[in-house]
Design a protein around this ligand. Structure first.
Ligand code: NDP
Ligand code: 8X3
Length: 253
């Protein structure tokens, strides 16, 4: 019986790369996201390659929608072997005293409350079955605040604490809990952060070779593939010329 992985935010970037990596690694997939068109396209593509895929279209901020979507899963799909809590975003880079309260709420509702909702809905089945692995996508941004990062950094610091808390709460079970903390990864992240200002988004990755979604998917897959007694608790993954959330060396050429 093939293993199953549930990946939130699989319609783009790191989540999409995880979908491809886990499919290639022999998993069947439950893919979630809000963009039904991209979700359907990825499902079709992966099914062509022999992966069974269930697509669930919902907003992780909507706990009722999430609950209803997860309730449709039956049989082996009801308790995935791996949950990758990836859906998330940054909005804005303003000073804390000038930031948009709407943006703050969206980040908090998605990155913290959405991740908690999915954890609450999926982990009880893992505990009951005595197997499972939760991989949360945190960030170097959760290690320390950087200029303008304020609320986004706080959400990723929360992801670290929530991940550590879950690891403690399932320590008596075989369930493993991992926090993967990427640095600069070139995805739609900066386009979303700057509300579609692509020129500004492109500058984030100028003068440095950033990570790709595939680089992060490799790390998540490695954690999921470790022997059952090995728990990759936390991994900080940076581009070679990035040293921390606020220290990046950029070449001038
Ligand atoms: P992308 O913008 O490329 O992808 C974000 C994904 O999250 C999309 O699939 C999007 O799907 C989904 N998503 C966003 N909001 C919601 C929501 N409310 N409900 C459901 N799905 C949602 O960015 P990344 O791939 O880079 O980001 C993925 C994760 O990685 C995020 O948690 C981010 O914070 C984290 N990260 C990113 C880094 C980077 O430099 N790129 C570095 C460190 C961490 P859709 O819009 O279709 O719903
Ligand atoms: C994304 C990485 O440094 O742009 O979490 O915040 S950073």
């Amino acid at each position: 019986m093939k293993k199953t992985a549930l990946i939130t935010g699989a319609t783009s970037g790191i989540g999409e790369a995880c979908a491809r990596k886990f499919a290639a690694g022999g998993y069947d997939l439950i893919l979630t996201g809000r963009n039904s068109r991209r979700l359907a396209a990825l499902k079709t593509e992966l099914e062509h390659g022999g992966t069974e895929v269930v697509g669930l279209c919902f907003d992780v901020r909507d706990a009722k929608a999430a609950q209803e979507a997860i309730a449709t899963l039956t049989g082996r799909w009801a308790t995935p072997d791996v949950l990758i809590n990836n859906a998330g975003l940054a909005l804005g880079l303003e000073k804390e005293y000038e930031g948009s309260m709407d943006d703050w709420n969206t980040m908090i509702d998605t990155n913290i409350k959405g991740l908690l909702t999915m954890t609450r809905l999926v982990v009880p089945g893992m505990v009951e079955r005595g197997a499972g692995h939760v991989i949360n996508i945190g960030s170097v941004a959760g290690d320390a605040a950087y200029a303008g990062g304020n609320v986004y950094c706080a959400t990723k610091a929360a992801v670290k604490t929530i991940t550590d808390g879950l690891r403690i709460d399932v320590a008596e079970t075989p369930i493993r809990v991992t926090n993967v903390k990427p640095g600069l990864v070139e995805t739609n992240f900066s386009r979303v952060r700057f509300h579609g200002d692509n020129e500004r988004a492109d500058k984030v990755y100028q003068g440095i070779q950033p990570l790709s979604g595939d680089d992060i998917a490799d790390v998540a897959f490695y954690a999921a593939s470790a022997p059952p007694h090995v728990q990759i608790a936390e991994v900080l993954v940076l581009a070679t010329h990035q040293a921390s959330g606020s220290v990046v060396y950029r070449s001038q050429h």
